[in-house]
Design a protein around this ligand. Structure first.
Ligand code: AHG
Ligand code: MN
Ligand code: MN
Length: 310
């Protein structure tokens, strides 16, 4: 008799996990479910980009000074629309919005979570069919329920994260998330329209062979970074060096590879970006949470001597 493969879909998995917490109200589960739903809508647009008028820029910059693409705004609008109407979060901070978005309807103002989102990560790759992603971070609000949330609810340390995850729109679309109890990944099966458990309990391999950074900025990096890059390139059989260079330019894709294959990803500080370019709220905190939950290490460069730009 054939052994049919048992498929576990995202919502079933979320509910299974919820039963492990007898006090859980189901709000976080519902929020995760809605993020999965918005991801499917964005995925549909990413897949059709080129056929519908969604490529190119809108002709404006966001708060980080980055050129805003049409797909950035599309993803922002759809995630926001879902989060505004689902009633499980009281506020949203988005990379594509200058201000926090406070949700004031009766349902949302009673919700206990806020969410930080990078709706479309890797914007520079949109027009050329290279993987892009969405990153989300969920915090428990500090402000009292049944009132408006405020900035402090969003400006929490990454150590307070309740859940975080990302969706990679790549050769297949994969949703990866953690609620602080390991990392699981779900691949979208387009034929049934469901995210199906494909990578249970992800663990980053100990001995990765990839290093990943934008080496074109080499002349602006702190000396220690360049020394490390030279170490990666040096020949040494015992440590399997030289390591291979991989850099997609979408943090989600670069870290997804590292999660599966191991390795290091870094965005060093430079004079133009003294703290590096990545945004703590939308990119670093959630991705660091995932990396640590998968057994990896995430570090912030605290002290460095930045080279003067020539
Ligand atoms: P976003 O598209 O959300 O603005 O993020 C892009 C980020 C990150 O995903 C990527 O690793 C990095 O910017 C790429 O920067 P460089 O082009 O400077 O390498
Ligand atoms: Mn980004
Ligand atoms: Mn973005």
């Amino acid at each position: 008799m054939s052994q049919a493969h048992r498929v576990i879909i995202l919502n079933e998995f979320i509910l299974q996990r919820q039963t492990e917490y007898p006090d859980a109200s189901g709000e976080l589960s519902a929020l995760l479910h809605h993020l999965g739903l918005a991801a499917k809508i964005v995925n549909r647009a990413v897949n059709k980009a080129g056929l519908i008028d969604i490529l190119g820029s809108v002709g404006a910059s966001n708060a980080s000074g980055e050129d805003v693409k049409k797909l950035d705004m599309f993803a922002h609008d759809h995630f926001l629309n879902t989060l505004t109407t689902c009633g499980q979060c009281c506020g949203v901070a988005s990379e594509e919005s200058d201000d926090i978005i406070i949700l004031e309807d009766d349902l949302s103002r009673n919700a206990k979570y806020v969410i930080c989102i990078d709706p479309l990560d890797g914007s520079s790759n949109i027009d050329v069919n290279v993987s892009v992603g969405t990153i989300f971070a969920i915090y428990r609000r500090l402000s009292p329920v049944n009132g408006p949330c405020n900035q402090e609810d969003f400006l929490q340390t990454g150590r307070n994260l309740v859940a975080a995850g990302y969706i990679i729109y790549g050769s297949s679309t994969v949703l990866v998330y953690s609620t602080g109890n390991g990392v699981n990944a779900f691949t979208l099966d387009p034929s049934i329209g469901e995210f199906c458990l494909s990578h249970p309990n992800m663990r980053i391999p100990e001995n990765g062979i990839y290093y990943s950074l934008n080496e074109s900025y080499k002349n602006y990096f702190p000396y220690a970074i360049n020394e490390f890059v030279e170490y990666c390139k040096a020949d040494d059989k015992a440590t399997k060096r030289p390591y291979s260079s991989r850099y997609v330019g979408s943090m989600v894709a670069d870290l997804h590879r590292n999660l599966i294959k191991g390795g290091i990803f870094l965005y060093p500080p430079m004079k133009t970006h003294p703290r590096g370019k990545l945004r703590m709220l939308f990119e670093c905190n959630p991705m660091a949470f995932i990396v640590e939950q998968a057994g990896g290490i995430a570090n912030r460069w605290r002290k460095c001597h930045i080279r003067p730009q020539t």
